[in-house]
Design a protein around this ligand. Sequence first.
Ligand SMILES: *Cc1c(COP(=O)(O)O)cnc(C)c1O
Length: 401
Amino acid sequence: MGGMMPPSSSSPGTCFSALSRLQQGLAQLEADEVLRSRLLLESPQGVNVRVNGRDVISFCSNDYLGLANEPALTAAAEQLLRQCGLGAGASHLITGHHVLHQQFEDAFAAFVGKPAALLFSTGYMANLGVLTALLDRHGEVFADKLNHASLNDAAQLCGATFSRYGHGNIDQLESLLAKSRERTKLIVSDLVFSMDGDIVDVDGLLSLAERYDAWLFLDDAHGFGVLNDGRGGLTQAARQSDRVIYLATLGKAAGVFGAALAAHQSVIQWLVQKARPYVYTTAMPPLLAGALLESLKLIQAGGARRDRLRRHVAALRRGLADWPRWQLLHSTTPIQPLVVGSNANAVNVSKKLLERGLLVPAIRTPTVPRNTARLRITLSSAHREEDIVRLCDALHEIAET
Ligand SMILES: *Cc1c(COP(=O)(O)O)cnc(C)c1O
């Protein structure tokens, strides 16, 4: 080489300051006991899984109906793979929009009781898409403080004024709406709160949306497939309202992948034009849309699975009732959070459960408010009754040591 060497940050011995700041940041996370690591799943998703080299009973997936590895569904996917190949190869607006995507959208809209639907690759992208397509800096987003992170990110990205109200605090929401001078208002909430398991007052929010001329966007990631015969948490009034935009994610109870929005036809048309996470991305593989059509049938015929799930929820709540030590939050859904206090305590209990072959994740600050670190127990219709008994017994045992 003839020329001068450029000043290189990667030559040995020199300091790359941005990288060392990352390393300090990681060390700080570790010191604060909030450094996160990933478990290695070595089996299909389900209740009995192999994780980090050991067989455990899992209480932490969102596979509420046990569909992620349901034979009827995986067989359909194999068949579909041969029929329509693997990759979508293009975005929906070029040549990626397959008849299976369209069929799923039509079937989904009919099932949840809305005029039209739109399939996204993930719930995260759908949330970014809705808020950025409907709002700009002349808008205002009114959001429950416990909403999912993807909704908060979407609100930041769309440039609207971002106003948060206390969890479930309808009065505070009303006073924020009454004060607002923005042109477009949108109320957004988780329908089932992902870390608490409680269900929002849909009709309460809808009447405020009507009174203050706002959109109401409901993210039902954890209710679709589970509530109301699988249709999710919309009420009759919300199904009929043009103001309501409904999101179901399809990687949870539906057992596959993706997310679907359902709304008035004009909303869906607008999103096809304007939702950037829809327009500028490759379509979901069509075989997954075909698998989702099968999943929809299983959800519709899933009364027995939902009954089992309800019985498991009741059994867990009985098993941990009237317990002064740790408090099970009030929840009727398969998300059953047990609040144990500090981050360290949550990690410790989770570790002791794992030693007993029970996998329950510790959810720590900052994902949840300070000193409400919890074990997020999620139940599946695929659990057996004795799994629930084992978990309750283990928790009582650990509490006494
Ligand atoms: C899981 C979840 C999402 C994200 O959905 P993905 O399809 O996993 O991206 C959005 N909102 C809520 C409330 C969720 O729980």
